[in-house]
Design a binder for this molecule. Structure first.
Ligand code: CMP
Length: 386
């Protein structure tokens, strides 16, 4: 069974955790278009240049807007490929994409341009501002942005506590300053909300200088608020720095001797052999539901599961493989196509061994070769029985 056109388009458009040069080219193409789109949106506001861009570069803007529209339709069409065949109805998969954060941003960009600007000819500030929301489309191509979002998500509770402490300080400090300064500066400190502007600028240690205490008591209180503000502002920075360190460690794991030694297939080998095998293995993190290998495709590598769980889609009952197991060896042993589709049942950390390196390891360590061949044969036999 060869890969369908929809599956091929999906694999070019969406990152399923596995490398693909077609997708890399496609990604850079879209990044270039988004940057052009944003640059035009920003430079348009320059006096003089704005009119030139609006007229002379209009054709380019329409072309880019057209590509974004086609991209949206293609993503909608290929959305069901995210799931293994039959795992989810096509319309539900498409609804899932349309209502996802990135789906909404894709639609917003297209709708604001084609409906707001071209069809209704609204133009104007709001439309041009909304077109700049295309900046969020970049989050798809730079995992760093996704990293920031997940750090904020995981650190939401401590960040919430730090925010609550800051708001408490803001309320108390601004109220105190209002009562202290209102007689000396009735205009500047006219109410507690007025004083809150002073409070925000002071706690953030920005100090615009448009509002400052003049009474001795006001100055003393201000000094205390500034000192507490510095201490409070350091808290979220610390929380986020720790969150980033933890998240990065989770994602970019190094292939160490210790990791490889834990895999049952290699555990009986000498330490020096394990070290040389470790150099051949490439780390991969795969998101939940991603299709790792697809039935019928040629196989170029095999995978070891370090953490998480994969699901092998075989006729009678799907097989789940957890940490320490391997898959993708049948195509390498038989030199044939993939015998089954394998998806990530949970987010997985995998180690990938390329076809050439697999052959090299097999030639050097025949005992490994026969172990893998025996396992491949018994898996194939089990599949035939079912
Ligand atoms: P390969 O054919 O290269 O790609 C799909 C993989 O699924 C296959 O290699 C095996 O590693 C794995 N696989 C196939 N059938 C089974 C099974 N019955 N039990 C466990 N794993 C299997």
């Amino acid at each position: 069974m060869s890969e369908s056109l929809r599956a091929r388009v999906y694999r070019i458009l969406e990152d399923d955790g596995l490398p693909s040069s077609a997708r890399r080219i496609c990604d850079w193409f879209f990044v270039a278009l988004i940057v052009e789109w944003l640059a035009e949106g920003v430079l348009r506001t320059l006096p003089g240049l704005g009119d030139v861009l609006r007229t002379d570069m209009r054709a380019l803007e329409i072309a880019v807007g057209g590509v974004f529209a086609v991209e949206y339709l293609l993503r909608l069409w290929t959305a069901p490929e995210r799931y293994h065949a039959g795992a989810m109805a096509d319309w539900r998969a498409r609804y899932g994409y349309a209502t996802s954060w990135l789906g909404a941003i894709d639609l917003l960009t297209v709708a604001v341009f084609w409906i707001g600007d071209i069809v209704l000819g609204l133009g104007g500030g709001t439309g041009e501002f909304l077109e700049l929301f295309a900046v969020f489309k970049l989050t798809r191509y730079f995992p760093g942005v996704d990293l920031v979002l997940s750090v904020f998500r995981t650190e939401a509770r401590p960040m919430g506590a730090a925010l609550a402490a800051t708001l408490t300080l803001l309320l108390l400090a601004s109220s105190a300053m209002y009562y202290i300064e209102r007689t000396a500066q009735p205009d500047a400190f006219a109410s507690i909300p007025h004083a809150m502007w002073w409070g925000i600028v002071t706690i953030a240690t920005v100090g615009y200088g448009d509002m400052a205490p003049v009474t001795p008591l006001g100055k003393i209180a201000s000094g205390v608020v500034i000192l507490i503000g510095i201490a409070l502002f350091a808290v979220p920075a610390g929380i986020l720095a720790n969150g980033f360190a933890v998240e990065l460690k989770k994602r970019d794991f190094l292939v160490t001797w210790r990791l490889v030694a834990k895999l049952p297939l290699f555990s009986e080998l000498d330490a020096s052999v394990i070290a040389s095998v470790a150099r051949l293995l490439r780390p991969r993190t795969v998101p939940r539901d991603a299709v790792i290998v697809r039935k019928g495709e040629p196989g170029h590598s095999m995978f070891f599961v370090l953490s998480g769980e994969v699901e092998v889609h075989v006729p009678a009952k799907n097989v789940k493989l957890g940490a320490g197991t391997y898959f993708g060896e049948i195509a390498l042993v038989t030199d044939g196509p993939r015998s089954a589709t394998v998806t990530a049942a949970w987010p997985c950390e995998l180690l990938e061994l390329g076809q050439d390196d697999f052959r090299r390891v097999c030639n050097e360590y025949p005992q490994l070769k026969s172990k893998v061949e025996r396992e491949a044969a018994s898996r194939l036999a089990r599949n035939k029985e079912q």
